[in-house]
Design a protein around this ligand. Structure first.
Ligand code: COA
Length: 254
């Protein structure tokens, strides 16, 4: 699929978000393709590591809002749910390379990665509240746990972007490099990991995540219930209409 490029080399599967004209925002088809790729990477003994990357100027603008509004709401296991489960249970090392804006799922997927490398232009944001919605992808559990409650509350309640330096300080990012080097660094780290004994990598990851996986899956479930209810709210309707009309939402009138 053109919007999500999948490349296998030297034990590394690389997923490249490749929809620059829409700022690499995720469509349902991209979630589905990414979920399938993670399953394939899990089963394929030749894949030791997965890298998720974008471009030098954009990681992802989050959910494609137009595509999201047109999704099939009758599907009990939609592509986004399969992708979130895939991220949560993925048993091999998962590396992200982030440059430019990482909005919504562009940031929340990083809580599931083992290593994150950022360009110095990376800008992380989780503006769910500004869209009348709530945290997703387990971020309501993982952000406070990883960043500390107050910093997570600032990121999730205010929804303002925070830059690479701040992400490094809170531990969301391992290293910051010039944008032109981020994907190279992620690839070279991935190759180093791919050369290590896979059973030892997998056992170590499993032990580090032990006890957390079921909790994260349960939290994702809780979040999607709230998310679904909030989608029906006049606030979310106003926020989405405003996005489509390219204007600021006006919640004061509600
Ligand atoms: N869903 C659908 N389309 C999106 C999108 C999204 N999440 N993000 C960007 N686009 C589209 C824009 O509508 C625009 O389309 P057009 O050229 O047909 O008008 C195109 O991508 C370029 O976006 P633009 O806003 O002009 O780029 P920018 O460089 O000025 O800003 C962002 C980049 C990522 C900061 C900005 O696009 C943004 O904030 N997007 C919305 C993010 C968001 O709210 N996501 C949902 C999170 S849950």
């Amino acid at each position: 699929m053109q919007d999500l490029l999948i490349h296998n080399a030297d034990g590394v599967m690389t997923l490249t978000l490749n929809r620059p004209e829409k700022k690499n925002s995720f469509t349902q088809a991209m979630y589905g393709a990414a979920a399938d790729a993670l399953l394939q990477a899990t089963d394929d003994p030749g894949v030791h590591v997965v890298v998720i990357q974008g471009h030098e100027t954009i990681f992802s603008a989050g959910n494609d809002i137009t595509d999201f509004l047109n999704r099939d709401t009758s599907n009990p296991n939609p592509p986004v749910a399969r992708f979130l489960r895939g991220l949560t249970v993925f048993p091999k090392p998962l590396i992200a390379s982030v440059c430019g804006p990482a909005v919504g799922i562009g940031t929340t997927l990083l809580f599931h990665c083992d290593l994150v490398y950022a360009g110095d232009n990376a800008a992380f944001s989780m503006p769910f509240v500004n869209l009348g919605l709530c945290a997703e992808a387990g971020s309501s559990l993982l952000a406070p746990r990883m960043m500390g409650y107050h910093r997570a509350a600032e990121a999730l309640l205010m929804g303002d972007p925070f830059m690479a330096e701040a992400a490094l300080e809170v531990g969301l990012v391992n290293r910051i490099v010039p944008p032109s080097e981020a994907n190279h660094l992620a690839q070279s780290q991935a190759r180093k990991l791919a050369a290590k004994p896979l059973p030892a990598l997998m056992a170590t990851k499993r032990l580090m995540k032990q006890g957390q996986t079921d909790e994260v899956l349960a939290q994702i479930n809780e979040e999607s219930k709230s998310f679904g209810q909030l989608m029906q709210s006049p606030h979310a309707k106003e926020a989405f209409t405003a996005f489509l009309e390219k204007r600021k939402p006006d919640f004061a009138k509600l």
